[in-house]
Ligand binder design. Structure first.
Ligand code: FPP
Length: 233
């Protein structure tokens, strides 16, 4: 069985570029090209949800020039490729904070989200200015307001209440999380949602993560024994 929801930490663009003697931006450009190939492959394998970690809450600490380059690439992606995705029946959703993004980018995101709302093909989720801790923090604020406005006892809080207030509400938890570039870290990605996710850490840098490697990872997922804390009968 293939996973219903794949999430990917697309790491190693900078190292890919450095190994080739190229500027970091070339690595990010190659990363966007690879991302498109992975989206197509995900559709071909009938996977319903794909979440891509494009920019973390902590990525703001990078040099301004690199942040600008990444935002420019994102804006191009939203202007060109995301429109093509709409034609391919993809529903696009962006998770993360929006108040620190440029207004023009927020406008692009909102437009595509509204236009693709009714699409029922692949659910493509881009994590942008996303951090798992921030996701949980903002959920706590929402819950506090809802509970205090309605005089609800905090003791009655359920796991469903928390899930409903996360940025990923309505999206099933990721079954498989892939990280490229040989690093073994979660880097603040989907902390709550990954409680029972399977992980796959791949040595190659993101631009070299080709469809064949991806397909092998998907197939090996099918052999895993997921018990969710239970016993296998
Ligand atoms: C990690 O490589 C990658 C990122 C921080 C951003 C991922 C972004 C893209 C694939 C392109 C932009 C995305 C969209 C949706 C247009 P790194 O820079 O951390 O690499 P390094 O660890 O080798 O330096």
């Amino acid at each position: 069985m293939y996973p219903e929801h794949v999430a990917i930490i697309m790491d190693g663009n900078g190292r890919w570029a450095k190994n080739k003697g190229l500027p970091r931006i070339s690595g990010h450009k190659a990363g966007v090209e690879r991302l498109k190939g992975i989206v197509e492959c995900t559709i071909n394998y009938g996977i319903s949800y794909l979440t891509l970690y494009a920019f973390s809450s902590e990525n703001w600490n990078r040099p301004k020039t690199e942040i600008n380059d990444l935002m420019h690439l994102l804006s191009l992606f939203l202007a060109n490729d995301a429109k093509r995705f709409l034609k391919e029946n993809i529903r696009l959703r962006v998770i993360g904070r929006r108040d620190r993004l440029k207004k023009s980018i927020v406008k692009q995101i909102e437009e595509i989200e509204i236009n693709s709302y009714k699409n029922d093909g692949l659910n493509l989720i881009i994590a942008l200015d996303y951090g798992g801790r921030e996701d949980i923090r903002s959920a706590i604020i929402n819950i506090y307001k809802e509970f205090s406005n309605n005089n609800i006892s905090i003791e009655s809080l359920t796991l469903k209440d928390v899930e409903k207030n996360l940025m990923t509400t309505g999206i099933p938890d990721p079954d498989l999380i892939i990280r490229t570039s040989g690093e073994y870290r979660i880097s603040n990605f989907l902390l709550w949602q990954s409680a029972y996710s399977e992980y796959e850490f791949i040595k190659c840098n993101w631009p070299d993560f080709d469809n064949n490697i991806y397909i092998k990872v998907l197939q090996s997922y099918g052999k895993r024994d997921r018990r969710f804390g239970k016993l296998n009968e």
